[in-house]
Design a protein around this ligand. Structure first.
Ligand code: SF4
Length: 370
């Protein structure tokens, strides 16, 4: 069976889900309403990782709609994506990085997705013409890397990927191209079951360094299949790095987060970031962990790692830049540093900010001299 056929067998309705995870009619009706608003898709592989007897199973939390998604608090664009869009499907927030929305589809619609406004829904923000994106990148020598994202970049067809990656690979000022995908975690057969895709990646890699950026959030996502997908990519000389999201009920525990990092380094995946969950509508109320709790979890998880395992940064993708959350600077003050900055003058700047016990985001970062 090809990956498209396998993807076609994914669970996309609450009725179909109930055959795998028992639920009564009232729950079916409630979750059905949520799935109408925010689409559901769960691959049979990812479904097999869920413990059907545990309503609080962390894998389930990431895949199965929750009534909490109906809460309207939050925002659909928490890090200024609209503002940073320079043409359809291309964001240019930091001078050295171009970020392309290559598709609005994913093999699994993560319930915590920060692009909930578009995944599985609107393709208004997706690049219609790869030509325009390639031309923009080619004309901006300051861009030294492109992140091909989405949706899930590996949900594009092989022909689309070969065309896009092949053209980006000819741009001399690009050091490397990143591919943003959760496929190794939620749908590994897209990689291990498709030699043609691996051949395309090998051909592009021969011209330009590729890097695969994925998102493992829980140690139980590291399986023989997901590790096999990672290894197939690594065998081409393509590094695989991980951007986890700190999620309530999933990895908000130092032991779990520590096991995740150890498991990742054990399969040669570099833990790169742990992101603070954004205050996204339909996400923030049930997935966000307060910052003070978050830094305590991260620091305890790091304590159990070797140097490679603790190399990740705990960051917040803020409208003004990527803020590294460094720690407490007093009983109620937290220390932050601009790891990336929209205003390059802020790069590397340290600042403190009072953070209340339940506070999970910074609305307006205060700069040293502002
Ligand atoms: S794979 Fe990425 S873009 Fe797609 S739903 Fe999950 S987090 Fe969102």
């Amino acid at each position: 069976m090809g990956w498209q056929d396998e993807l076609g067998r994914s669970v996309r309705t609450v009725e179909a889900l109930a055959a795998h995870l028992p639920m009564d009619d009232a729950e079916k009706a409630r979750l059905g309403e949520i799935a109408e608003r925010y689409p559901m898709a769960i691959t049979l592989y990812y479904l097999s990782l869920i413990d059907p007897d545990d309503p609080d199973d962390p894998i389930r939390r990431m895949a199965v709609p929750s009534e909490a998604e109906a809460r309207l608090t939050g925002s659909f664009d928490t890090s200024g994506e609209m503002h940073n869009t320079v043409l359809d499907g291309l964001q240019h927030k930091y001078s050295q990085t171009g970020m392309m929305l290559s598709t609005n589809t994913c093999s699994m619609y993560c319930r915590h997705c920060f692009r909930k406004r578009l995944v599985g829904l609107s393709n208004d923000e997706v690049a219609r013409q790869a030509d325009a994106v390639v031309a923009y990148v080619a004309a901006h020598a300051a861009i030294n890397n492109v992140l091909v994202s989405g949706g899930d970049a590996l949900l594009n067809s092989n022909a689309q990927l070969e065309d896009l990656l092949g053209r980006l690979a000819t741009i001399e000022h690009l050091d490397f191209i990143r591919i943003g995908t959760r496929v190794p975690v939620v749908f590994p057969s897209r990689i291990v079951g498709d030699q043609a895709l691996l051949d395309i990646l090998a051909r592009v890699q021969a011209k330009k360094q590729l890097m695969l950026v994925t998102q493992f959030n829980h140690p139980r996502e590291i399986t023989g299949q997901s590790a096999g997908a990672v290894r197939a990519v690594q065998a081409l000389g393509i590094p695989v790095v991980n951007q986890a999201v700190l999620l309530r009920g999933v990895n908000d525990d130092a032991g779990v987060l520590g096991d995740l990092m150890r498991g990742l380094t054990g399969i040669g995946v570099l833990p790169y970031y742990v992101f603070q969950c954004r205050p996204v509508t339909g996400v923030k109320t049930h997935f966000q962990v307060p910052l003070r709790e978050g830094i305590a979890i991260v620091q305890a998880a790091k304590a159990a790692q070797n140097g490679v395992g603790k190399s990740f940064r705990y960051c917040m993708s803020h409208v003004t830049g990527k803020l590294e959350i460094l720690g407490m600077a007093g009983p109620e003050e937290m220390l932050f540093q601009y790891h990336e900055a929209v205003d390059s003058g802020n790069l590397g700047r340290l600042f403190t900010r009072p953070v209340a016990t339940e506070q999970a985001w910074l609305d307006e970062p205060v700069l040293i001299d502002s």
